[in-house]
Design a protein around this ligand. Structure first.
Ligand SMILES: [Zn+2]
Length: 364
């Protein structure tokens, strides 16, 4: 495997050097991401087992997370992984609200208290003077209708199915929006549905320990292999993700971590780190602008560096081929060197003196 990668790199090098000789501008375009794609593609990977959005409502948290990530580029992938336990768990705050609602319902039924305004059915517009009556009406009428529609779509095939989906889409949307407030989710507190609603791809993994971590890591590496994103946003405090974060950095990708541990290992490794609070208060979105600015500066600096070093590069080419079977790969210098040779990417954090400072600061 290592040999294969080594050879892969070797041929890449030869190919890119040939290009350089033919066209010196190839060097420029190769090492500057922002010149080629004005915007980076961003991928969000959410470890829901480790970092559920509690106590923030899941939909709101997911939307804000997406908004922050979009400051780094175009959000291409949004995935969340958790085991079944995380989806069936009901946070204490939600349990408390449900308990209160139950007590209110009892008082309303007994006529002890009266709501200021009647409860409105958001599907048909009917009004009810107790919440329990509204819930019963909703279940008996609208839930049944909804199930009927779902069954019809389920049993239809081909163009008929497409037609039915189109025909019912508005009604089903209206039902779902109303049901969210009226019905209590059968399992958990609707975490998966709410995150899906925000546009995330939600995956449930087996209850084995670490199952979500492993699945998430594999997914991240897969996106890296397919060059699906230039910026990786990881939502986790779990230091098990350190390896995959380092891998992303070796591949010259930009990394952002969202977690609550202020000085965690992950945050120290990533280019930028935010807490849930910063995400929710839009502080992260503001800071992201300066992070992106730094990335752009680094890319520009690197571009200058490449043009300046062109002569040196050519002489390095021959010595490189001679020392190809040397074991430079294991050392940090070797890794960064490989990174620099990779097509369409740049070692933007290493070359300029600014970034050296930040790296050494982080190490302190
Ligand atoms: Zn109704």
């Amino acid at each position: 495997m290592v040999l294969f990668v080594k050879f892969g790199n070797f041929f890449c090098k030869i190919q890119s050097r040939r290009l350089e000789i033919l066209n010196p501008f190839a060097v420029l375009s190769r090492c500057c991401h922002f010149l080629q794609n004005p915007q980076n593609n961003v991928a969000i990977f959410w470890d829901l087992d480790n970092k559920p959005p509690n106590p923030i409502p899941p939909y709101e948290a997911a939307i804000k997370l997406k908004a922050t990530a979009s400051s780094f580029g175009f959000v291409q992938h949004m995935v969340a992984y958790a085991n079944r336990h995380s989806f069936s768990y009901v946070p204490p705050m939600v349990r408390e609200v449900r308990k209160e609602r139950k007590m209110l319902n009892q008082l309303e039924n007994k006529g002890v208290i009266k709501p200021v305004e009647p409860y409105l059915c958001r599907v048909c517009g009917r009004k009810f003077y107790t919440n329990e009556k509204l819930v019963n009406h909703f279940k008996q009428l609208h839930e049944r209708e909804h199930m009927k529609r779902l069954n019809q779509i389920e049993s239809a095939r081909g163009s008929r199915r497409v037609k039915l989906v189109g025909k019912y889409s508005m009604k089903m949307e209206k039902y779902k929006n109303a049901a969210r407030d009226i019905l209590t989710p059968k399992v958990g507190y609707g975490l998966a549905d709410e995150i899906k609603r925000a546009g995330f791809w939600v995956r449930t993994v087996s209850d084995k320990p670490q199952a979500a971590d492993i699945a998430l890591k594999n997914h991240m590496v897969d996106v890296m292999d397919r060059k699906g994103a230039e910026c990786f946003v990881l939502v986790s405090d779990d230091s098990d993700f350190l390896d995959v974060l380092k891998e992303a950095k070796l591949r010259c990708l930009k990394t952002v971590v969202v977690g609550n541990v202020t000085d965690g290992t992950l945050k120290r490794t990533a280019d930028a780190g935010f807490s849930w609070k910063e995400i929710m208060l839009k502080k992260a979105k503001k800071e992201a602008v300066s992070v992106v600015g730094k990335w752009k500066d680094r890319d520009v600096l690197e571009r200058l560096e490449w043009t300046y070093d062109q002569e040196m590069e050519k002489s390095a080419y021959f010595s490189d081929i001679e020392s190809e079977d040397g074991d430079s790969e294991g050392t940090i210098e070797g890794v960064h060197h490989d990174c620099m040779q990779e097509d369409n990417s740049g070692s933007w954090w290493e070359i300029d003196s600014d970034s050296d400072d930040t790296v050494s600061q982080r190490r302190k």
